[in-house]
Structure formats: structure tokens, C-alpha cells
Ligand binder design. Structure first.
Ligand code: NOJ
Ligand code: CA
Length: 713
């Protein structure tokens, strides 16, 4: 008996003597780390004593070298605590608290004489961890063929997912149990380039909900010099494993010590709204590298843009001239198409509209030569980024914009010929500076050149950052379309205002579109890593307006388009519809004119992924608040308490709501606008239509202004 006990104690010591525990500052999370009998690194995570991640392995397979998966012993363990507050250059809140407990385990593979560190940071809303490799004789250059990071789950959770894909994230979401994921069944029509790789693979951020109401988000932070992490699902054992995007020769990551991986993040709460409020991804990114951020201006903009996406309205192309070569085309000899969008006349009209209604920028696409033959041919020399079409007078237009106090926004569609873009980018930037541009939208439609690379691989990840850095050096703001999805790098490069990197509103113009639940999922997935250039504000909802034969439409009511300015956070928001469509509905357009894009505070009032979101935000340096509430295809009553307002003050609430019998499909464009009075004790019960929404602007008021307005209890 005694012998047995001793043996048990000895075993316990040998297996678990290395066990380390770490608590979050509020004690709600507990991280456990230990080495298995064969020296594998294993971690697990609980939240309020409930298991979230059960024992899961960590490590890497390497090319032509022994794996970093087992044979580890612990050399040293260090702990640390951090509690600091920092101020973002722009954001959803004025100040961000960075509060975590840290555990650093330094592991050694004696046989290989190599070390690997794992740094865990436990916050009050979840865990971040990364691998670090010091410079060392036996681990200098190495190639990762597979990252073996596991996230072993407790059950077959409900998941909001898009297919794993090396080249695109422009899918609509599917909601199923993890065991039911079949990425091969997802319709990808309308998406330019696919890099589908496995039916049981999904992308991160992955949002999940457990049967007992826990919300779990798995993602990554600070993706630098490393490929994006997607997730392979072991559908029997419910274990997710990191699936890195490979390069053209099949390698995942090229490493040279000292180097570290991005952070793997697991954000958890029993309230869905807390997931939206999490600042952990930002906290895991490096502080701003921009010493003088005065050129960075959160803004609203319009553009010569929607006209190209809707039927029969505008074109990017100047002329009909397929199969052209940049260097031997005489543009002046071509016959311009009547629908060419970026003409002097149109751009002036848009400049006037922007100036009149307070928009800082005007995006102009289709201004430069090359659009005649830009996509589908995997061609290297498509655009030169410096030659305007004959009907776009770059100097005169920028001067006209300047005279009206607004600026044109540059467009660099690279056609994914990244080699060409990199060769020409310095000249392109010079051209922008000479002509007074301070912002650029980039685009990567098509197959990447260098051929065989992927949009989300290490090479491209570095490219996007190189562009952000170059633009920062030249005091230019950046909005990237079709890049890898963001991972909080806008903290480090705050000139990188927004990205697309998901299925934007444009899909509604020419494809099956975005189902009404789409915008209730994106904030829990894509927006976890940073702002999205979703391009809200479409008033003319049905494309049959432009082409009687078209069945395409925006899958929301008009009021929901307004609400998106609040629920889809971005410091760069487009008023995406055509000016003439706004001119017909100036009363509703007023909300887009008024709404802020930079905030001192944000309250996530109610949220459920796939169903609804209601958010209130306080405008930067102002007493004004704005509220946005959206729902999926089901009508609902949003309950909006105004307890965030200053006590003892009355506010005029201008409510932009779905009109009578509004319905995203049958009757999307009816809306009402009413004014009521609210104070910090008021609770508004607000009806949202199927696929509907509500947008509210709140201004402090005086006794005189209150006359005749109804008070909400
Ligand atoms: C796709 C982008 O998302 C869209 O905004 C742009 O107009 C086209 N590419 C052309 O660059
Ligand atoms: Ca739903």
C-alpha cells in the first residue's frame, strides 16, 4: 500500500512537477502549462472554473530538421504583471487599459541543444501566447512546415465560419456545429481568387458559442513576418490545429533567430458584447511607430466607385481596348466610353458634393491607364500608377479639390501583380505627393505575382506592412482591399486606417450578396482585428433600379444602412451611394453627415452573433452620442437604455427607424425620422424590421428646444 502511494507520488511529481498555473488579474481565467512524459508542451485554459481549452499541444514541424514538438525540459520560468493605460491615436475609446499576468516558460531540447520560449499573457478577457526563439547556434535559420498549436475544445460548439482559404476572406458566413463544417459546400461565386485547401478548414477569427452560453473567439494578434493562421478541425475529437498559409514552394514560414511568432488569442466571455469590447488584440500589438501622427485624419469620404459596381452606370475603363500593353498604347488615340466614371466633369461634381456636405475625401477609381486589360490574365505589367487617362486632369482636379477644402483619395489597384507594384511604388508615392494626395486605397484582385504566392502567406503579409510603412514615411493614410485580414497592426501603424479583407457591401451590387445576418457576424470575426472599409450607406437598395432585369439587392433596410456607421467600427467610413441617390433623401442623409468616425467612448449594449448588435458611441471631444442597432432577417425589439448619458441632462434623440411594414426584401426603403427627449433614466423600446436597423443621434439640449417633444421614460 505504502509502496503504491510512493509510486503515485513519484509519478505525479515527474509528470506534473513542471505544471505552472497563471491566473488572470481578476482570477476568472486560469492557464495551466505542463510538459508531458515525452516532453511535449501542453496548455489548458479555464474561465470561471469551466474548461475552455482542454490539454492542447504546442510546437512545430520543421523542414529537414528535428521537430520542435517534444523532448522538452523546462529551463526556467518567469512571471510578470502589467497594468498600464495607453491612448490610441484614434479608436473606439479614448484610453485602453493593458492589464495582464504573464508567464514565460523557457524550454530546452537537450538532445538538439535548442531552446524555445512560450510567452503567455492572461488578460481579464482571455489569453494571448506566442513562441519566441532566441539567437542560438543550433537554431539559426529554420523553415516551418507546420505549426502544431492545438486548441482542444470541450464540446461540439456552434461556430460562425468561412472556409479556410489561402487567398480570400470574401465569403458569407455559415453557422453550424464544428463537426458539421464542410467548407467544400460553400458557394464562392463572385470571389475573384480562391485558395481553398480542405473541407474541414476554417479561417480565424473563429467565433464559437458553447451549449452553456460561453462565447469563444480564436484568432491571432500582430501578424508580422509569418503566414496567417487558419484552423483545421479534427471533427471527431473537436481539436482545432493551426493551419498556416504556405508559400509558392509549400513552406509555411521562413525563420531566422531571434524571431517570434504572432500571438495566438483566445477571447472568452459569458456575454457576447464583451467579445466586441475586447482590447486584447490591440494590447498585444506594438505601440505606434509614427512619431508625428498629425497627418492621420479619421474621415468620411465619398467616391467615384459605387457607380462601377451597380449595373449600367459607370466604368473603370476609359475605352474599349482589350489586350493592350502599357508601353505601346496611345491613350489619346482611343475613343472614350460614355460611361467612363473618372472624368473631369464627374470628379468636379463629386468634389462639389463632398465640400457641400462635409466629406473630407473623394475616392476616384478608374483614373489611371490599364483598366482595359486588368484582370484574369495573371499579367505582370498592368498599371503604372502614374499615368492618368486623357479625361482626368490630375493637377487641375486636385487644385479644384484644394480650393474647396477637400482631397482626392488615390487608388492603386495592383491587380495582385505585387512585383510590379513594388517596382513602381516609389514613383507612385512621388506622384501622389506632387499632386497633393494624402490617402490611398490599394487593391489586390487576382492571383498574386510572384506566381504561386498567396494573399495570406508570409511574403504577402510582409508586403502589406512594407506598404503601410512606406506610406507612413510619406505621411499618407492607407486603406487596403483584398489584403490578409488585420490583426491589430493599426496600433503600430495608425496611418493604416482600414482594410476590406472580408465580404463588403459591394457584393450586394453584383452577386447573391450578403445575407441580413452578415453584418451581425462581422464584428465578432473580421472586425476583431481592426476596422473594415465595409462601404455602408446604400439608399437605393434594389439593383433593378439600374437594370430592370437585375435581382441583386442590398440585404438590409435603408435604416440599417445608417446603423452600420455605428455597428461596423471604422475611422474611415464611406458614404458609398451615388450623390444623386442621397439628394433624393436628404433627411436620412443627415445622419451620415452628422455621424462621427472617432470616439471617446463606446458601450456595447446588446449583441448576439448572427442575430443582433446595438452599440452606443460618444463622439471624440464632444458631448454627442450616436447609437446604432441592427438585426438579422428577423424583426426584433431593441431595448436601448440611455444610462451612459450625463445624469440630469436632457438630450434630443433623432431616431432614424424602419418605416411601417419595412422589410429588407419586400419594402426596404421606407423609413421614419422622429425626435424625442431622453435622459440617463430613459429606456427606448425600438422596433427593427426584418433585416432592419435603427440609427440615433443624441445632442444635449436646452429647455427652450425641448418644447413639444415627447419624453421617453
Ligand atoms: C475590389 C475592391 O474591393 C473594390 O472596392 C474595387 O472597386 C475593385 N476591386 C477595383 O479595384
Ligand atoms: Ca440569426
Amino acid at each position: 500500500m505504502r509502496k503504491h502511494t510512493l509510486l503515485f507520488v513519484a509519478m505525479f511529481v515527474s509528470i506534473f512537477s513542471m505544471a505552472e498555473n497563471l491566473l488572470s488579474p481578476d482570477n476568472n481565467f486560469r492557464l495551466n502549462f505542463y510538459l508531458s512524459e515525452t516532453g511535449e508542451a501542453v496548455y489548458s485554459l479555464t474561465y470561471k472554473n469551466k474548461p475552455v481549452i482542454i490539454p492542447s499541444k504546442l510546437g512545430f514541424e520543421l523542414l529537414n530538421a528535428p521537430a520542435l514538438t517534444n523532448g522538452f525540459t523546462t529551463l526556467k520560468v518567469e512571471t510578470k504583471t502589467c497594468d498600464e493605460t495607453w491612448k490610441p491615436i484614434w479608436g473606439e475609446v479614448k484610453e485602453i487599459r493593458n492589464n495582464y499576468n504573464e508567464l514565460l516558460v523557457i524550454l530546452e531540447q537537450k538532445a538538439e541543444q535548442r531552446t524555445m520560449k512560450i510567452r503567455f499573457r492572461l488578460f481579464n478577457d482571455g489569453l494571448g501566447f506566442r513562441y519566441e526563439f532566441d539567437k542560438q547556434p543550433n537554431l539559426n535559420y529554420f523553415r516551418i512546415t507546420d505549426e502544431k498549436t492545438e486548441f482542444a475544445l470541450t464540446d461540439d460548439h456552434k461556430a460562425f465560419w468561412i472556409p479556410g482559404d489561402y487567398d480570400t476572406n470574401e465569403y458569407a458566413y455559415t453557422t453550424t456545429k464544428l463537426s458539421e463544417v464542410d467548407a467544400s459546400k460553400v458557394d464562392g461565386t463572385g470571389i475573384g481568387t480562391h485558395g481553398f485547401f480542405a473541407k474541414n478548414a476554417v479561417q480565424s477569427p473563429l467565433m464559437m458559442k458553447t451549449n452553456d452560453g460561453l462565447y469563444i473567439n480564436i484568432f491571432e494578434a500582430a501578424l508580422v513576418d509569418y503566414p496567417a493562421m487558419q484552423l483545421l478541425i479534427d471533427q471527431k475529437n473537436l481539436i482545432l490545429t493551426s493551419a498556416l498559409v504556405p508559400d509558392a514552394v509549400g513552406t509555411k514560414a521562413y525563420m531566422q533567430t531571434p524571431q517570434h511568432t504572432p500571438w495566438r488569442t483566445i477571447i472568452v466571455s459569458d456575454k457576447a458584447a464583451d467579445i466586441l469590447a475586447s482590447k486584447t488584440i490591440l494590447n498585444l500589438n506594438e505601440p505606434s511607430k509614427i512619431t508625428d501622427p498629425s497627418f492621420i485624419k479619421p474621415q468620411k469620404f465619398i467616391g467615384i466607385w459605387w457607380g462601377m459596381h451597380v449595373p449600367n452606370t459607370m466604368s473603370w475603363d476609359y475605352a474599349h481596348a482589350p489586350n493592350i500593353k502599357l508601353k505601346d498604347t496611345d491613350w489619346n488615340a482611343l475613343n472614350p466610353l460614355p460611361q467612363h466614371g473618372a472624368t473631369n466633369k464627374n470628379v468636379r461634381r463629386y468634389i462639389d458634393f463632398a465640400a457641400e456636405h462635409g466629406f473630407a475625401g473623394i475616392l476616384v477609381e478608374g483614373w489611371n491607364v490599364g483598366w482595359e486589360d486588368w484582370s484574369g490574365n495573371w499579367k505582370e505589367e498592368v498599371f503604372d500608377f502614374v499615368t492618368p487617362y486623357p479625361d482626368f486632369d490630375v493637377k487641375a482636379l486636385n487644385a479644384y479639390a484644394a480650393s474647396k477644402g477637400v482631397k482626392l483619395i488615390m487608388h492603386h489597384e495592383t491587380s495582385a501583380s505585387v512585383t510590379n507594384y513594388e517596382r513602381r511604388i516609389d514613383k507612385a508615392i512621388e506622384f501622389m505627393k506632387e499632386n497633393g494626395y494624402n490617402a490611398v486605397k490599394t487593391g489586390y484582385v487576382g492571383w498574386i505575382i510572384p506566381r504561386g504566392e498567396h494573399h495570406d502567406g508570409q511574403w504577402m503579409v510582409n508586403h502589406y506592412i512594407r506598404v503601410a510603412e512606406k506610406m507612413a514615411e510619406n505621411r499618407i493614410m492607407l486603406d487596403a482591399h483584398e489584403p490578409v485580414r488585420p490583426t491589430g497592426l493599426h496600433r503600430t501603424y495608425p496611418n493604416w486606417l482600414a482594410c476590406e479583407a472580408a465580404r463588403g457591401n459591394e457584393f450586394n451590387a453584383w452577386s447573391t450578396g450578403n445575407p441580413p445576418e452578415h453584418e451581425t457576424i462581422l464584428p465578432f470575426t473580421r472586425l476583431m482585428g481592426g476596422p473594415m472599409d465595409y462601404t455602408p450607406g446604400i439608399f437605393e437598395i434594389k439593383m433593378s433600379y439600374y437594370d430592370p432585369k437585375s435581382t441583386c439587392q442590398v440585404h438590409t433596410t435603408l435604416a440599417k444602412q445608417l446603423a452600420l456607421y455605428i455597428t461596423m467600427y471604422s475611422p474611415l467610413q464611406m458614404a458609398a451611394d451615388l450623390p444623386e441617390n442621397y439628394e433624393k433623401r436628404m433627411d436620412a442623409f443627415q445622419f451620415i453627415k452628422d455621424v462621427a468616425v472617432d470616439w471617446d467612448d463606446t458601450k456595447y449594449l446588446e449583441a448576439e452573433p448572427g442575430d443582433y448588435i446595438t452599440i452606443a458611441r460618444k463622439q471624440k471631444n464632444s458631448d454627442n452620442w450616436f447609437v446604432g442597432g441592427i438585426t438579422d432577417e428577423n424583426a426584433r425589439k431593441a431595448i436601448i437604455p440611455f444610462n451612459f448619458l450625463d445624469e440630469g441632462e436632457w438630450y434630443i434623440a433623432t431616431i432614424y427607424e424602419d418605416g411601417k411594414n419595412a422589410d429588407w426584401k419586400e419594402n426596404p426603403m421606407v423609413y421614419d425620422i422622429r425626435k424625442v427627449l431622453v435622459n440617463s433614466k430613459s429606456v427606448l423600446k425600438q422596433n427593427l424590421a426584418n433585416g432592419g436597423g435603427v440609427a440615433i443621434s443624441l445632442k444635449k439640449t436646452t429647455k427652450a428646444e425641448m418644447k413639444g417633444l415627447k419624453k421617453i421614460k
